[in-house]
Design a protein around this ligand. Sequence first.
Ligand code: UDP
Length: 316
Amino acid sequence: MANVLITGGAGFIGTNLALHLQAAGHTVSILDCLITGRAEKVHGFPLIRQDVRQPITGTYDWIFHLACPASPPHYQADPLFTLTTAFEGTRQVLQCAHTCGARVILASTSEVYGDPQVHPQPEYYWGHVNPIGMRSCYDEGKRAAETLAFIYRTQYQVDVRVARIFNTYGPYMEPDDGRVISNFILQALHHKPITLYGDGAQTRSCQYIKDLLEAFELYIQLDPILLESFFSIRNMALPVLNLGNPQEYTIKMLAEIVLNAIPESNSSLCFRPLPQDDPKRRRPDISLAHACLGWTPKVLLTEGIARTVDYFRSVS
Ligand code: UDP
């Protein structure tokens, strides 16, 4: 059984991951500064309350590095904090792993592809990112974090593995996160207008949290020699996998699916301005993750939405 550190363990993915790994018998500690994470989500796990940009001590087998504001309203609220957390936080995690010999999963993002001109997005696509826009603190921060992973893997032999996570939803999402699925569910439950940004024709591919947790577990446990050979025969110096559900929906379709899941709602659709640089289409090519891990997401959007609605009903 592994001794695990989850940075950002009081956030949405971190909370789910901590509970999942604990149920599998692992020992879990959480590092979180609780700026976007919540104390009540720590669930009694040992908490190291610190900024991930500060040196990290301790000896771990595995580190899941999730610490960084991740929803557009949160990461845009303090762009310098976001950019420096993405870069310096990752450097501290990799330095700790270098010292203690931990294996690391770096939570990267589909945002490294920006507003993509290749569809669906495979890992070898370099992306189409605006370096000086509203989203760049996060997008460029995560791209730089991947560069750090590349440097620490090739120069310092740190066993770091990159997960490019596409839109993910499920229990323990923060109500004030501002993400599309949590916004729509809460608006529908409270009979408020469903806020569609732009004309709602932009697309996203949404993955239920349980599928992501299964991929994480397979990815972190994969034998380092097998992993190395899998990526080196593909001329990739760093393990990088897209983790997401390739079912693609327009945002308007998402709103309709949420409304169908909450039949008592009398919310109607309303249109709001489209934020700057909002990607028009997003869908992961997951053939590499399937070949590497034997993994495919299983939870259908309607099923995942129903479970998430149950969660929000139970907490509101
Ligand atoms: N969106 C929307 N209404 C909302 C929140 C988001 O129409 O209340 C749109 C947003 O413009 C984007 C998509 O839904 O096109 C996904 O937004 P989210 O903030 O969840 O994540 P993103 O994929 O943009 O990082």
